[in-house]
Design a protein around this ligand. Structure first.
Ligand code: KG4
Ligand code: ZN
Length: 383
C-alpha cells in the first residue's frame, strides 16, 4: 500500500510517498520519495516561529515539494474536470497563492499510484496546519483518493518504526520530547495511549530554545546548546560544582516535569555575570543539558518501572540530542528494557513519520476514510 503524507504543523513543510507492508504486528516501510523545506533560516531572523509567516511559507512551498516527490511517477496526467476545479477552488479559497500554484502545476503532474493521502491535523500552529489540510483535500478531490487525518505526536511515536529492526512489545512507554511537548505515555497497543504525566510549564525543546536565546545563540536552540555542551565535556571531563543547576521535580511522586525553573536559573546566572566568555557559555550549556537529561531519564525510569513496560520509545525533535540518546540507551540497558529511538533524520519534524502513523491508524481504527472529508485544524489535539 502506498501513502502520500503531508506535514505542515510548525516550521517544516514536508511531503513523502511511503510504501507500507505487513500489519500492526510487523509493519515495514519503504520511503519511495521524500522532500522537506525547512523555514528555519527565515524564523532565525525573528528568533522563533510566527504562525502567519509559517502559513505563508507553507502555501509557497507545498507545490514545489509535490513536484519533487512525484518526479519519479509514470502514470497518467492528473485530469481536473470543471466540477473538480470548482471544488478545489472552494477548498483553497483562503490560500490564494497555493490555489494559483496548484492550478498551474497539478494538471501537469502524473497522478501517483497511491491508496491514501495522510495529513497532520494537530497538534501544532493552526494557521500552519490549515494549509496542509486544505492542500490534502484539494489533492484528494483531484485524484479521488481518501484522506487519513493524522496526529503529529503519533507521528513522532511511529518514527521509531523506521530503521529499527527491534520489535515493539507492549505495554510500551513513550517519552515524547519536542518544541511543544514533554509527555510520558503508556501504550497498551497501537491506538491506545494513556498519558502518565508531562510538563507543567515549558516543553523541553522550548527550554532549550529559551536558554539558547539567553546565551545569545541562534534558533533553534537545541543543536546550538548541544554543540557547546560537547565542547565543555571534551575540555574538562569533570564539571565544576559551581555550575550546578536545580533538577526540578526529580524526586516528586508523579511523572510530571517542570523546566521553567532551570530556565530562570540561567536567566539570573547570565544577568549576574559580568563576563559571559565562550567557556562560561559552554559550561552553562553543559550543565543545563545535564540537568534536563537527568530529570528526563529519572522520570522515564520511574514510568518504566510503574507500568512494567517491555519497550521504551523516545521520540520528538529533542531526540536529535546526542547526550539524551546516549543516556536513554544507558538506562534501557540497565533496566533490560529495549529502547527504540528514531534515526537522526526522522527525529525532528518530517512527513515520513506521518505516513507511518497513518498506516497504524488505518490498521487499528474502524474508521472509514473519505475523499474530501470535513477536517479541522486541531492546535491542541491530544493523543
Ligand atoms: O519535533 P520538533 O522538530 O518540532 C516540534 O514538534 O516541536 O522539535 C523541535 C525542538 C526544538 O525545540 C529544538 O530546539 C529541539 O527540538 N531540538 C533539540 C536538538 N535538535 C532539535 N534539542 C536538543 N538537542 C538537539 N540536538
Ligand atoms: Zn514535532
Amino acid at each position: 500500500m502506498k501513502i502520500l503524507s503531508i506535514e505542515t504543523s510548525c516550521d517544516e513543510s514536508a511531503i513523502s510517498i511511503v510504501e507500507a507492508f505487513g500489519g500492526l504486528k510487523n509493519p515495514e516501510f519503504k520511503v519511495v520519495s521524500s522532500a522537506l523545506h525547512s523555514q528555519i533560516e527565515m524564523h532565525k531572523e525573528f528568533g522563533g516561529v510566527y504562525p502567519s509567516l509559517a502559513k505563508r511559507e507553507h502555501s509557497r512551498n507545498l507545490v514545489p515539494l509535490l513536484k519533487e516527490v512525484l518526479s519519479g511517477e509514470n502514470g497518467d496526467y492528473t485530469k481536473i474536470s470543471e466540477d473538480k476545479g470548482r471544488k478545489i477552488q472552494k477548498i483553497l479559497e483562503r490560500e490564494p497563492r497555493l490555489l494559483e500554484l496548484f492550478q498551474e502545476a497539478v494538471p501537469n503532474l502524473k497522478k501517483p499510484n497511491i491508496d491514501y493521502i495522510a495529513v497532520t491535523v494537530g497538534p501544532g500552529l493552526e494557521p500552519a496546519l490549515w494549509v496542509g489540510i486544505n492542500f490534502a483535500k484539494a489533492l484528494s478531490v483531484a485524484w479521488n483518493v481518501p484522506v487519513i487525518p493524522s496526529d503529529h505526536m503519533e507521528g513522532h511515536i511511529a518514527s521509531v518504526l523506521s530503521g529499527n529492526k527491534e520489535k515493539i512489545d507492549f505495554p510500551a512507554v513513550a517519552l515524547l520530547v519536542s518544541g511543544g511537548h514533554t509527555d510520558l505515555y503508556e501504550i497498551k497497543k497501537w491506538g491506545e495511549y494513556k498519558r502518565l504525566g508531562g510538563t507543567r510549564d515549558d516543553a523541553v525543546g522550548e527550554a532549550f530554545d529559551k536558554v539558547a536565546r539567553l546565551l545569545g545563540l541562534g534558533y533553534p536552540g537545541g543543536p546550538e546548546i548541544s554543540k557547546l555542551a560537547e565542547k565543555s565535556r571534551s575540555r574538562e571531563p569533570h564539571h565544576e560544582e559551581k555550575w550546578k543547576m536545580p533538577r526540578p521535580m526529580l524526586n516528586s511522586d508523579d511523572l510530571d516535569f517542570s523546566f521553567s525553573g532551570i530556565k530562570t536559573h540561567v536567566l539570573y546566572l547570565v544577568r549576574d555575570m559580568s563576563n559571559l566568555s565562550p567557556e562560561n557559555k559552554e559550561s552553562i550549556a553543559r550543565e543545563f543539558e545535564d540537568a534536563v537529561i537527568e530529570v528526563l531519564v529519572q522520570k522515564t525510569k520511574k514510568a518504566l518501572e510503574e507500568t512494567s513496560a517491555k519497550t521504551l520509545i523516545v521520540a520528538g525533535g529533542v531526540t536529535a540530542n546526542k547526550e539524551l540518546r546516549k543516556q536513554m540507551k544507558k538506562i534501557s540497558k540497565i533496566l533490560g528494557v529495549p529502547s527504540l529511538l528514531p534515526p537522526q533524520e526522522l527525529s525532528t519534524d518530517n512527513s515520513t513519520m506521518i505516513a507511518l502513523a497513518s498506516f497504524l491508524k488505518l490498521n487499528y481504527s474502524k474508521q472509514k476514510f473519505e475523499v474530501n472529508p470535513d477536517l479541522e485544524a486541531q492546535g491542541n489535539l491530544e493523543l
